[in-house]
Design a protein around this ligand. Structure first.
Ligand code: FES
Length: 173
């Protein structure tokens, strides 16, 4: 007996990871339209936190697109990330307004203090450091987003203190 794609949607993925069911639900809602690729990648990233090879291949199969094309589209957009994020994420805007207000100092300070390269996660998995182009809040420059909260007008020392506080709060939990 064969299972149609619609019937399969919502069933538990063979890996046992039920997050795939959420992606399936979205795919079903958009009727597996290939032009929904970017939207589907967004949903997958929201669900998994990042786009692993497995997830990219899964989406490619579901939309019947070549994996190379899906990978190409995903890597074209800065919004997608391909590594599992750390427990905390610090994104520093390095757009022009933020750059002139010291964004580079902030990146360097966090990098040195936590031994994590920009675009990577620390070895202990606790902190991901990212940079972004203009986040659209230049009036707050330099802008830092820490665990989803936007902070503006902070210098490197203040950002370091915030990051430290976030890491310590987690330890206290
Ligand atoms: S340049 Fe950083 S918010 Fe615009």
């Amino acid at each position: 007996m064969t299972t149609t794609r619609d019937e399969a949607a919502g069933e538990l993925h063979p890996s046992g990871d039920d997050r795939f069911a959420l992606v399936d639900k979205h795919l079903k809602r958009v009727r597996y339209e290939q032009d929904q690729l970017i939207e589907t990648l967004h949903v997958a990233q929201d669900v998994f936190g990042y786009l692993s090879d497995d997830v990219l291949i899964y989406v490619a199969r579901a939309l019947m697109l070549p994996p190379s094309m899906v990978y190409g589209v995903a890597t074209f957009y800065q919004l997608f990330t391909f590594e599992a994020p750390g427990d905390h994420a610090c994104t520093v805007c390095t757009g022009t307004a933020c750059y002139v207000k010291g964004a580079d100092d902030i990146v360097q300070s966090v990098r040195e203090a936590h031994d994590v390269a920009a675009g990577a996660t620390s070895e202990d998995g606790r902190l991901t450091l990212k940079t972004a182009r203009c986040l659209g809040s230049c009036g707050l420059a330099p802008v830092v987003v820490l665990d989803g909260t936007v902070h503006g007008h902070l210098d490197a020392a203040e950002v370091l203190a915030l990051v430290q506080q976030a890491l310590e709060e987690e330890e206290a939990d």
